[in-house]
Design a protein around this ligand. Structure first.
Ligand code: 5AD
Length: 334
């Protein structure tokens, strides 16, 4: 699909046809199974200053926490015992967790649960760290590009560049990680052209996963007064990403559920999504992981209910990227 057509479709007044089309593409490439990824938000320390995010280092209104390595490992084991086959380790960009400590955590989780996949979502680090994490068993890496608009990127991420973000994603791919990017829909001054560029960028990067969610304001950030993103527009971006990128794993994000607790995620499943990421962070910590305000609690039970409500099946597989699997096979045959 050309940029012009993507923009036209983002403008469509009644997007039902677009959602149905995305749903057909999803069914063709990925069938009806929904993959569950269990997320542990193990630290809310962050050295960045992203203008939209409540974890930004300038925010003094949240209590900062770091879970202990043993707590993280124990929780990962419990998640595995629930039948969940992917553990997502997420945190702010926290250098309080050294390469060595993170490697020990990854290694131990893999040693005790060899059948599961580990996804890291821990931001920008020295390249050497990514290699070390892969060597001890990390399988996937989420690093949302947030916005493909260079000017907006630099405005919302003081001290960071889109160029670096993309270099890291390319490097992660070279290391043979399954990679995830993704954007925020509804940032101040973001245009439909920018959203089309987000979709085309994810296509160009040939991502295995993409997290697409609406902007939701957080009261302790500079964007506190900006209105939240629009549900239909977010679903349109999701649907078009499905149509353009085909096999990609696309979560029905918690941000969509926060925007519309009753229908947000079910609608996402009907518009191209095939993944859900229930939160396993212990209550004490979770209440301080305030990326944005009023974050909905999507636990395992709720995730399963939503999958069934959307008329879909709960996958029992690890849910690796099909693109990545094909690539592995091609290599094995050389
Ligand atoms: N609204 C929506 N998404 C946000 N994120 C951070 N802050 C917000 C916000 N206010 C998203 C970013 C980040 C992910 C962990 O959370 O996309 O990559």
């Amino acid at each position: 699909m050309e940029r012009k057509e993507i923009i036209e479709r983002l403008k469509e007044g009644s997007p039902e046809e677009l959602f149905k089309e995305a749903d057909r593409v999803r069914k063709t490439y990925l069938d009806d199974e929904v993959h569950i990824r269990g997320i542990i938000e193990f630290s809310n320390y962050c050295c960045r200053s992203c203008l939209y995010c409540g974890l930004r280092r300038e925010n003094e209104n949240i209590r900062r926490y770091r879970m202990l390595p043993d707590e993280i490992i124990k929780l990962a084991n419990e998640i595995t015992q629930c039948g969940v086959k992917t553990i997502v380790l997420q945190s702010g960009d926290d250098f309080g967790f050294s390469q060595k400590v993170l490697c020990r955590i990854i290694e131990k989780i893999k040693e005790e649960n060899p059948e599961i996949a580990i996804t890291l979502s821990i931001g920008e680090r020295p390249l050497d760290d990514y290699k070390a994490f892969k060597d001890v068993g990390a399988d996937r890496y989420l690093l949302k590009h947030e916005t493909a608009n260079l000017k907006l990127y630099e405005r919302f991420h003081p001290g960071q560049t889109l160029k670096r973000r993309l270099q890291i994603l390319e490097y992660l791919k070279k290391l043979d990680y399954q990679i995830g990017a993704g954007n925020i829909v509804g940032l101040p001054n973001q245009t439909l052209e920018d959203l089309a560029d987000d979709i085309l960028l994810m296509k160009r990067l040939d991502v295995d996963m993409a997290g697409i969610g609406p902007f939701i304001s957080q009261k302790d950030t500079p964007l506190r007064n900006h209105p939240s993103g629009n549900l239909d527009l977010t679903l349109k971006v999701l649907a078009l990403t499905r149509i353009v990128t085909k096999y990609t794993h696309l979560p029905a994000t918690t941000a969509l559920s926060t925007l519309n607790p009753t229908y947000g995620q079910v609608l996402a499943f009907r518009s191209g999504a095939n993944v859900i990421m229930p939160d396993f962070t212990p209550e004490e910590e979770r209440k301080n992981y305030i990326i944005y305000d009023n974050k909905t609690r999507v636990d395992l039970e709720k995730a399963k209910t939503i999958i069934l409500e959307a008329g879909r099946k709960i996958s029992t597989a690890r849910g690796d990227s099909l693109k990545w699997k094909r690539h592995q096979k091609a290599f094995a045959s050389i």
